[in-house]
Design a protein around this ligand. Structure first.
Ligand code: DX5
Ligand code: ZN
Length: 220
């Protein structure tokens, strides 16, 4: 079984001490940086945009896993590539021509991901699944950190894993929202192999230790 990766979400970092928090992740057992871009239209919140991503990118030493919660993401694909995004994930619900968007992301040399809101069925990805590098299963409604995990996520991961074993065995199944050491093992067992954690990491007293523990639990 492949290792479950840990992607701390900088949304929960201390923006007044962003470089310090980035260094913490750089020196931790984390695998990726998870970067949440929100436009105040697709989701009812605005996070941060290009200048902040540029500043983040200058200090990170691990892949940037960029989660776009924005409408019409095609407008910015080239720019995210030039800012150092390694994985670019768009929302299924925000893309009218998803196949075109995915090809455009790949053409810029990035891995392509699709995120699903909690109400969106994994079955809708059947025809696009062979083209994807990653599916991001939202385990909260996107827009805010610190929300409670939605239990139906386990069913979605299992269905997706089943579909992927036939159509795209290399697919990365990532889970985002309310991830803690309480649910990490069950998420991995269901088929997740990348876990995003914001509040659980950054609100803890010993952040590197929390990341290490989360990774251990996820791979137990
Ligand atoms: C929510 C974001 C998440 C968020 C997760 O819309 O996509 O990445 O940072 O935060 P926690 O881990 O606190 O639920
Ligand atoms: Zn996210």
């Amino acid at each position: 079984m492949s290792q479950t990766l840990i992607a701390p979400s900088l949304l929960a970092a201390d923006f007044g001490n962003l470089q310090r928090d980035i260094e913490m992740v750089n020196n931790s057992d984390a695998d990726w940086f998870h970067i949440d871009i929100m436009d105040g239209v697709f989701v009812p919140n605005i996070s941060y945009g290009m200048p902040v991503l540029k500043a983040i990118s200058a200090h990170t030493n691990k892949p940037l896993d960029v989660h776009l919660m924005i409408v019409d993401p095609d407008r910015y694909i080239k720019e995210f590539a030039s800012l150092g995004a390694n994985i670019l994930t768009v929302h299924y619900e925000a893309c009218t021509h998803l196949h075109r968007t995915i090809q455009a992301i790949k053409a810029e040399g990035m891995k392509a991901g699709v995120a699903l809101n909690p109400h969106t069925s994994v079955d809708l990805l059947k025809d696009i699944l062979p083209d994807l590098d990653l599916v991001l299963v939202m385990s909260v409604n996107p827009g805010f950190g610190g929300q409670s995990f939605i239990e139906n996520t386990y069913n979605k991961i299992k269905s997706l894993k089943e579909m992927a074993s036939e159509l795209n065995p290399e697919l990365i199944i990532e889970v985002d929202g309310g991830v803690t050491s309480e649910n990490a093992a069950q998420l991995s067992a269901a088929g997740a192999n990348a876990l995003v954690a914001g509040s659980f990491v950054f609100k803890s007293n010993d952040q590197p230790k929390t990341i290490k523990n989360l990774k251990e639990v996820a791979n137990s």
